[in-house]
Design a protein around this ligand. Structure first.
Ligand SMILES: [Zn+2]
Length: 286
């Protein structure tokens, strides 16, 4: 579940620790982890990390050729999916841990290992030529962009808010965790739609999404090293906290379960006191 705050803080740590470091090799360890064919992993060898950044939930590593070599600038994108993790290895290990997808080894003896828990294969890597946006081209605006504010203030989508906020083509960087937290902050039902909101509710949703993500980022900046912890949810206020008290009013948080995830909400703050038993009932609440 790494979302914008986890990935942004991770990119800052990698930038601080690895900018200028030379790549020894990118070793692909997991079948299907590499989503591109050309440029090849071998093309990265000898490149220097020029910068580490983030777009949506992607880690964006830009490389430049070392002086005096014939290489070209390249970009490596890393997406951790739902259960992907990234370990900083100092020194690099030779082992191939369970779920290992790729190891980016540096000439100074360190490495970044990308791995994935469980059986879902959602994490991946893309090697792109400079100027090729690859999967980034499809993404919506970032939370801080003015375009994001306009979308929420002027949009008339009839999709459920929780689904809409997690749609990376609509808004980049928010997933299940911060969608739950932001909707609780805004006092809005996860199952209402943008079209059903008045101007004040829309404004409060803009502010709630930005505040939830900003608080998340502040918390994530207290981590060190890679992004290795098996569970990353300790910073959420509402997400995965069904049964615990609502941070706004103290009422017991409830959940609606879906096949692959659950939505947490406060009946008092968000659904006019209604407890939603399941997906079918939730449709009545729009
Ligand atoms: Zn509440």
């Amino acid at each position: 579940m790494p979302e914008m705050p986890q990935m942004q803080a991770l990119s800052e740590r990698i930038g601080a620790g690895f900018t200028g470091a030379a790549v020894e090799r990118l070793e692909v360890l997991g079948f299907s982890a590499l989503k591109t064919v050309r440029p090849s992993p071998a093309d990265l060898a000898g490149s220097l990390l020029a910068s580490a950044g983030r777009r949506a939930k992607y880690l964006v590593l830009d490389f430049e050729p070392a002086a005096g070599t014939s290489g070209v600038p390249l970009r490596l994108l890393v997406h951790l999916g739902n259960a992907g993790r990234l370990d900083v290895e100092e020194p690099a290990k030779a082992s191939r841990p369970r779920g290992a997808l790729a190891r980016l080894g540096f000439a100074d003896g360190r490495a970044l290992l990308v791995r994935e828990h469980g059986t879902q294969r959602k994490a991946g890597l893309w090697i792109l030529a400079a100027g090729d946006d690859g999967p980034l081209a499809e993404l919506g605006p970032e939370v801080e962009d003015e375009a994001f504010e306009r979308l929420l203030l002027e949009g008339d989508s009839t999709r459920q808010l929780h689904t809409l906020l997690r749609d990376q083509r609509f808004l980049a960087g928010v997933g299940r965790g911060y969608a739950d937290d932001a909707l609780n902050r805004a006092g809005l039902s996860p199952f209402t739609s943008l079209r059903a909101l008045d101007a004040a509710q829309r404004q409060s949703l803009v502010e709630a999404v930005r505040a939830a993500v900003a608080d998340g980022l502040e918390a994530e900046r207290t981590r060190s090293g890679g992004l290795s912890a098996a569970r990353l949810g300790d910073h959420f206020a509402v997400h995965n906290r069904a049964g615990e008290p609502c941070p706004r009013c103290g009422e017991r948080l409830q959940r609606v379960s879906f096949d692959s995830h659950e939505v947490a909400y406060c009946p008092r703050c968000q659904t006019k006191g209604k407890v939603l038993a399941d997906r079918r009932l939730s449709r009545l609440l729009r």
